[in-house]
Design a binder for this molecule. Sequence first.
Ligand code: SF4
Length: 309
Amino acid sequence: MKAMSVEADFPEDGGDELFEIHDSLLKEAKNVREYSYKPKNLLDLKIHLARQALKNCDLCERKCRVDRSGRRGFCGVGVESRIASMFPHTGEEEMLVPSGTIFYTGCTFRCVFCQNWDISQFPERGTAVPPKKVAQWLESENVINANFVGGEPTPNLHHILRTMRSLSKPLPMIWNSNMYMSEKCMKLLDGATDLYLADFKYGNDECALKYSSAPDYVKIVRRNHLLAERHADLLVRHLVLPGHVECCSYKVLEMLKGMNALVNVMNQYRPDYKACEFPEINRKITEEEYEQAVKKAKELKLEILTQRT
Ligand code: SF4
């Protein structure tokens, strides 16, 4: 969290010009080598800007531009973030556990096979837990990072940054996401997040629209992966979908070629939620499909993690 080591003096009533201050302080943050937290710092400015964004929300590429204090956008998340559960996760990638995982309700996608659909598609569920309480919980558990997921963390950026601000000692921040954030959101994450745990599911827009209702998926997610690679560590999760090895797995893996990223080729797809309405994905993947994806990743010389469940 380099942002907390950069002093920030900004007017609380400032508007969009605050982004100019932000951008110039961000350059300073890039040069931080040793953490020494300042009383008023760049993270405070990021929190201020994230809260401002809620008045005309453009945190993800849906850009609903609603004032979330009164209305709801596509994700259905209001100003108050709601948490379905928090626990020390031991099922994440080996080097990340035990991971202090916070599951928010609501999502910017509508994946028909979502395994967390009971929280992602019901933003009104869960409990409003103040950031200070989440920070206290993180500090009371034996965890090695703060892992923000959902649903989707994006609509909850303000709550997440405030949680990090409330910690009394440094803890690495993980942004565990579908990567459909706006450029503004990416900018506010820069200098704050330490690791992107980044989904990359689809190799073409047609599949993304059909199964996740996500327009322009490839362009947006690819852009954000490239930005993430520059900002922080990047671990890409690619879930192999049944019948989508050529149109999605191969294409995604090809886009990851040459990137400074670890790639987790995941085999745990199971048809959940509304997958039964799509016969072509209403099954688990075969051993052969998984092996084909892994073989491709190896041919491309990606640095891969593989999973068997
Ligand atoms: S986070 Fe995205 S989906 Fe939710 S209100 Fe903002 S722009 Fe819309």
